[in-house]
Design a protein around this ligand. Structure first.
Ligand code: PMP
Length: 444
């Protein structure tokens, strides 16, 4: 048994039995290598959602019945559980639909502050011409377009940290974009294309030193599901994540914000349950987190997300990260030996998260994806919502394999094995490819 076959004391084969999606143990069951897009869910997460709906459904924070009280406690207990998991205080975790929504809550709140829709407490969020926002060229569109729109709404300037030929950005490249006028720095803790692990502690100290007025916004969508997280200790101002990538339900995600910032950020969406006092002319808002949670919340998903977090906690996030990084290293080492296939992101021997994207010379990623699908390997193909990054690398699309707690070394090997046949199948294999008839030959 290699390190990739267990997470702490539990064998991955045993972990897979927790997931109805892997009920078939047929040798030809598809290898699911698309968890960076969305993860499979353990039965106990599905059960938690159903149990809430069957036994505890009641309108949270509305009314005085015992049923409402119980449902409200389940809702707020779930917040406490997820908040602990990400290193947030309970008032520092706002429910959002997903990471995209969470990032928009910050950008739209800043737009409102810039338009003068809040008091002096929101001045830290107010932007205008001359102010600067900094993103990286590697961002997912979810952490790019909200900042483009904020710049357009306020007259601020958007600057981008450039990537190198592997799609990686450096602290030096970041430093080159930071000025005293920088008001937002937005970056992903883990890139969904390159698997790059951002040097968060260095980013935070660099930004604080060079750009003391900047808010640091971290897209943690690909990190929270896969490694230990402590937003408070990391020292970022805001962070976003999605439940569906962390073995939890669709339709629920989280926005972390430092309490004093959340209390001052104007709520982008307004309505019932966000207020203290309303007149016909105006409304006063509750402190965080409730000022952001307008309307009826997706309570069953929230309760189930807390169950997903308990499941991950039991596995242990250090062990989860070690398992997935070992799989990625195995994959990179094997693909590195295949001619005509370029690995995007950190190269062999360099730490990366458990996802790997490749470009196959001469074959479009969609053809690669179809070929792999027929070989029983499910991956993601396309630009992965990161068009500027692909453009910088001179590629329109790539093929991404990604791991989670249930991914086996055998699945990784099946991916490499199938990938090794792609160029020959499409008639673009050169003399170099002669030795790559079977990836098993390159996997140790
Ligand atoms: N950021 C990153 C890095 C992602 O990988 C994703 C999902 N692909 C998102 C943001 C957006 O997540 P969601 O669609 O769940 O809002």
């Amino acid at each position: 048994m290699t390190i990739s076959d267990s997470i702490g004391p539990r064998a991955v084969a045993d972990i897979r039995r927790d997931f109805p999606a892997f009920a078939s143990d047929a040798a030809n069951a598809p290898a699911y290598l698309d968890s960076a897009a969305t993860s499979q869910r353990p039965a106990r997460v599905l059960d938690a959602e159903r149990d809430y709906l069957e036994r505890h459904l009641a309108p949270v924070h509305r009314g005085a019945s015992a049923a409402v009280g119980l449902s409200t406690s389940l809702f707020e207990d779930a917040r406490a559980t997820v908040a602990r998991f990400v290193g947030a205080g309970e008032r520092e975790l706002v429910w959002a639909e997903n990471a995209t929504d969470a990032l928009n809550i910050v950008a739209l709140g800043m737009a409102d502050a810039s338009a003068g829709l809040a008091g002096p407490e929101a001045s830290v969020f107010a932007l205008g011409p001359g102010d600067e926002l900094v993103v990286t060229e590697a961002e997912h569109h979810a952490n790019l377009i909200p900042w483009q729109r904020l710049a357009a709404r306020t007259g601020a300037t958007l600057r981008a940290v450039r990537v190198d030929e592997h799609g990686l950005w450096s602290l030096d490249a970041l430093a080159a974009e930071l000025t005293e006028r920088t008001r937002v720095v937005a970056f992903a803790e883990v890139s969904n294309v390159t698997g790059y692990l951002a040097p968060v502690a260095h980013v935070v100290s660099l930004v604080r030193e060079r750009s003391p007025r900047a808010l640091i916004v971290m897209d943690a969508c690909q990190s929270v599901p896969h490694r230990p997280t402590d937003f408070g200790a990391a020292g970022v101002d805001f962070a976003a994540f999605s439940g569906h990538k962390m073995l939890g339900p669709n339709g629920i995600g989280g926005l972390y914000g430092r309490a004093e910032l959340l209390d001052a950020l104007p709520p982008a969406r307004t309505g019932g349950s966000t207020i203290t006092r309303v007149t016909l002319e105006r409304a006063e808002f509750l402190p965080a987190p409730h000022r952001f949670e307008a309307g009826t919340q997706p309570v069953s998903q929230i309760v189930a997300l807390a169950e997903a977090v308990r499941y991950l906690d039991e596995l242990g996030m250090d062990a989860v990260a070690a398992h997935e990084q070992a799989l990625a290293a195995r994959l990179v080492d094997a693909v590195d030996a295949l001619p005509g296939i370029r690995i995007i992101g950190p190269q062999a021997g360099v730490a990366r998260a458990g996802l790997v994207a490749v470009v196959v010379d001469g074959v479009h990623a969609h053809d690669v994806g179809q070929y792999l699908d027929e070989a029983g390997v499910v991956v993601r193909v396309g630009h992965h919502c990161a068009q500027p990054l692909h453009r910088a690398l001179g590629a329109t699309a790539s093929t991404r394999a990604s791991a989670h707690v249930y991914t086996t070394a055998d699945e990784v090997d099946r991916f490499v094995d199938a990938l090794s046949g792609v160029r020959r199948f499409f008639g673009v294999a050169g003399a170099d490819d002669a030795g790559s008839t079977n990836a098993a030959a390159v996997i140790v």
